[in-house]
Write a protein that binds this ligand. Structure first.
Ligand code: NAP
Ligand code: ZN
Ligand code: ZN
Length: 347
């Protein structure tokens, strides 16, 4: 067992405050990782504030972790002390069900163990995430960070990167396709960069005009402000593929209107509830789908893709003590484009 300093929410209504807790002892198949950076995902806010049911308090959020291996268990095969590694949203799964066998551990039929607010296999303890100094993880759920990647700008790839890469890859986004990314936040800005790296024509769909210049700077070909009257109707049936990353309640029907006949909209944002009219699907044979992060193998594939294409997150590095302020700014869509905690500030 080893102590780690962290920031935790003690209840759904309390701000995050310093908290010290014990990590499990390093087991034979475990690696211990000193955390250098941890990105701040909107799912951290939904969970800390109890917006999705089932948050167990105290909770230490954070599932965009980059660090260095400091200890390995006796049976560890793939890692050694000093390796630069990442941990995303999954720290364990059953390894036996159909989903696990298909490298889709996020859908483990016996329950994927989330990096935080999960149930640790063996102990039954609640898992605690990356707003902390170190973490102990089974070696099979650790990712290799390719050499030369800037660690702070790479941390957000562990959730925002894989969550956008996975559906863009699955639905075959490529040159010649008109793609819209809805919501230019942490996920959205990674979606823009990855879809561009895949060769698509990319339009950012944002709910104000504030990010117009940034969208171009991030590589988007076009920008659409849905705050303008008639914006949805004027762009009806324009896109082959839409990726919706919006974190707040919004009208899916309006966005579906912009999907071409036979095209697809994939939702990755998880607002509490949002309306849907079936005729928006029926009348133009549109597809509406969801997507959840990605498996471990695909997360490694994404990291290698981002290294090859030099795709990294645009970030604002913060001390851990600024986490509550960061949450408030994210709720106002004022993040350019991912907050990343410098873990050295937890000491
Ligand atoms: P974020 O950085 O806060 O970005 C969310 C963006 O949504 C905002 O920047 C804003 O973009 C847009 N938005 C906010 N309010 C809106 C409104 N009322 N109408 C239209 N657009 C609005 O959040 P994130 O970290 O990217 O996460 C986004 C969502 O994905 C969250 O719900 C999160 O829990 C979820 N998520 C899902 C997965 C998964 O596996 N499926 C993984 C990670 C996160 P504009 O200012 O450009 O409009
Ligand atoms: Zn996340
Ligand atoms: Zn499983």
């Amino acid at each position: 067992m080893s102590l780690t300093h962290s920031y935790a929410a003690q209840s759904a209504t309390s701000p995050l405050t310093p908290w010290t807790f014990e990590r499990r002892a390093v087991g034979p198949n475990d690696v211990s990782i000193k955390i250098h950076y941890c990105g701040v995902c909107h799912s951290d806010i939904h969970t800390a504030r109890g917006e999705w049911s089932g948050t167990k308090y105290p909770i230490v959020p954070g599932h965009e972790i980059v660090g260095t291996v400091t200890a390995v268990g006796a049976a560890v095969k793939n890692w050694k002390v000093g390796d630069t590694v990442g941990v995303g949203c999954i720290v364990d799964s059953c390894r036996e069900c159909a989903s696990c066998k298909e490298d889709q551990e996020q859908f483990c039929e016996n329950g994927m163990t989330g990096t935080y607010n999960g149930i640790e296999r063996g102990t039954g303890h609640t898992t605690q995430g990356g707003y902390s100094q170190h973490i102990v993880v089974d070696e099979n759920y650790v990712l290799r960070i390719p050499a030369g990647m800037p660690l702070d700008r790479t941390a957000p790839l562990l959730c925002a990167g894989i969550t956008t890469y996975s559906p863009l890859r699955k639905y075959g986004v490529k040159a010649g396709m008109k793609v819209a990314i809805v919501g230019l936040g942490g996920l959205g800005h990674m979606g823009v960069k990855i879809a561009k790296a895949m060769g698509a024509h990319v339009t950012v769909v944002s709910h104000s005009d504030k990010k117009r210049d940034d969208a171009k700077r991030l590589g988007a070909d076009d920008f659409l402000n849905t705050g303008e009257a008639g914006a949805f109707r004027a762009n009806a049936k324009r896109f082959d593929f839409i990726l919706d990353t919006v974190s707040a309640e919004h009208d899916y029907n309006s966005y579906l209107m912009m999907v071409k006949r036979g095209g697809t909209m994939v939702v990755v944002g998880i607002p509490p509830a949002s309306p849907l009219n079936p005729s928006m699907l029926v009348m133009q044979q549109r597809c509406l789908a969801g997507s959840l992060i990605g498996g471990i193998a695909e997360t490694q594939e994404m990291l290698d893709f981002c290294a090859e294409h030099q795709v990294f997150s645009d970030i604002e590095v913060i001390p851990a003590s600024m986490i509550n302020e960061a949450y408030e700014r994210m709720l106002k869509s004022d993040v350019r484009y991912r907050f990343v905690i410098d873990s050295a500030t937890l000491g």
